[in-house]
Design a protein around this ligand. Structure first.
Ligand code: FAD
Ligand code: UDP
Length: 384
């Protein structure tokens, strides 16, 4: 008998399991995949490159508590996450900053000149309600159409108007030369990767059994337990009785290059041993089918001659796909409400994580959610 059965060996499941098991409760974590770390899973590919198998995962947080907690299981490799946008046949500095403005006007400029230009171009929208308004209100039509509209249409197959303001609003826009993609105070990757972080967590935790390659229905039937923690998709848990929730999925296309093949790319990447000039290049143009190309070696700092790039192609979700993104939009949230009401009424099941709460959450937010949920369970269950 397990005290807790935890479905999902990603951030949500393993963090909650560690807290409960360390307090003495018997926990079993299961995952239908054959590996740990959920979507943050990383592994060495056939070219020897450490790659993020479900898209790039850039750890960042403003939370001292989350950082402190995870630091028990990993050292950190600080990273300045820098990216570029490729549109109209050229690379652009991105996110939008003074260097982007100089590229646009074709000559040097001051922050004051860029601010004056923005004041003339931005739309007067005091309380932006969606992703179109949030960008128009900051930079106006020209930069919105160049960098955001096409990318968002491809990524979500929805108009930016039909997405929460927080979706495009999370991309910083600056009038200085700060070109970091992210805004959080702590930006770093686990020094040996996410999988290694969770291997350390498992090794440090007593009372925790891990079973991989097993789906929830089988686990539910065969692993007796007192309380369930579910981190999979909430509509799947309820057999989609109110219909499927919308998700966006992705297809990842990796391509590896040897040292010799990379020689011809040096003019473009500007750096021996690399294929492109930044860790991530975004492709907003409608005639390019992928949204971004990621060359994670820029971020991991791995010392290796070869490199691997991964092209990302967004796609509609079907039950055969991974539901990578809940859709951050009012209609999708409304559709989730019926499921959330059922979940709230379950006395012996806790729903946490990106899919179970249907929220476009980053890893640090999910970690914080798991710590809070485990804290509440420890309060209500006490210690064994
Ligand atoms: P998951 O990591 O999805 O783990 C859930 C696990 O549950 C999965 O392993 C799944 O196999 C398992 N599972 C589900 N249903 C069942 C079932 N019925 N039976 C058995 N097992 C089941 N966050 C960042 O902070 N920075 C980033 O740069 C970043 N980039 C991202 C890029 C992409 C392409 C994606 C998709 C996400 C990105 N994220 C990023 C978000 C990050 O992946 C999530 O915040 C985090 O992985 C959520 O953890 P989780 O445990 O809730 O879910
Ligand atoms: N976005 C965009 N152009 C870009 C980068 C991002 O329009 O060059 C929008 C797009 O809608 C995207 C959202 O901003 O989904 C958030 O981007 P982020 O890079 O944070 O997405 P994630 O890594 O979560 O896929």
């Amino acid at each position: 008998m397990s005290d807790f059965l935890i479905v999902g060996a990603g951030f949500a499941g393993l963090v909650a399991a560690e807290r409960l098991a360390s307090a003495g409760w018997k926990c079993t974590v299961i995952d239908r995949r054959t590996h740990i770390a959920g979507n943050a899973y990383d592994a060495t590919d056939s070219a020897g490159v450490l790659t993020h198998r479900y898209g790039p995962h850039y750890f960042r947080t403003n939370s001292g508590k989350v950082r402190q907690y995870l630091s028990r299981f990993t050292d950190w490799h600080p990273v300045k996450y820098t990216i570029k946008s490729h549109t109209g046949g050229q690379y652009w500095p991105f996110p939008i900053n003074l260097n982007t403005f100089e590229t646009l006007i074709g000559k040097p400029a001051t922050p004051g000149e860029f601010e004056t230009w923005l004041a003339r171009n931005r739309h007067d929208i005091p309380n932006p309600k969606n992703s179109e308004e949030v960008i128009l209100s900051q930079v106006g039509t020209e930069l919105y159409e160049r960098f955001f509209m096409g990318y968002t249409l491809k990524q979500w197959r929805r108009h930016p108007r039909e997405l929460d303001a927080s979706v495009c609003g999370r991309i910083p826009i600056r009038t200085n030369r700060d070109d970091r993609y992210l805004t959080e105070s702590f930006q770093a990757l686990p020094a040996k990767g996410y999988t290694a972080l969770f291997e350390n967590l498992l090794a440090a935790t007593p009372n925790l059994t891990l079973r991989l390659g097993i789906d929830f229905p089988e686990a539910k039937a065969t692993i007796p337990h007192r309380h369930l923690i579910f981190t999979g998709a909430i509509d799947e848990y309820y057999n989609r009785r109110f219909g499927p929730l919308p998700y966006r999925s992705l297809r990842f296309e990796p391509e590896s290059f040897t040292k010799e093949q990379l020689l011809a790319r040096e003019k473009i990447s500007g750096k021996p041993g690399f294929w492109q000039p930044a860790m991530q290049v975004n492709y907003p143009d409608a005639d390019v089918p992928h949204t971004r190309i990621v060359e994670i070696k820029h971020a991991t700092g791995q010392q290796i001659d070869a490199t691997t790039i991964v092209r990302e192609y967004p796609k509609d979700w079907t039950p055969d796909d991974e539901p990578y993104y809940p859709v951050p939009a009012p209609d999708a949230r409304a559709a989730c409400k019926k499921y959330a009401a059922l979940a709230a009424a379950e006395p012996h099941t806790t729903f946490i994580g990106r899919l179970a709460t249907y929220r476009y959450y980053n890893m640090d937010q999910v970690t914080a959610m798991a710590l809070t949920a485990a804290g509440k369970l420890l309060k209500s269950h006490g210690t064994p």
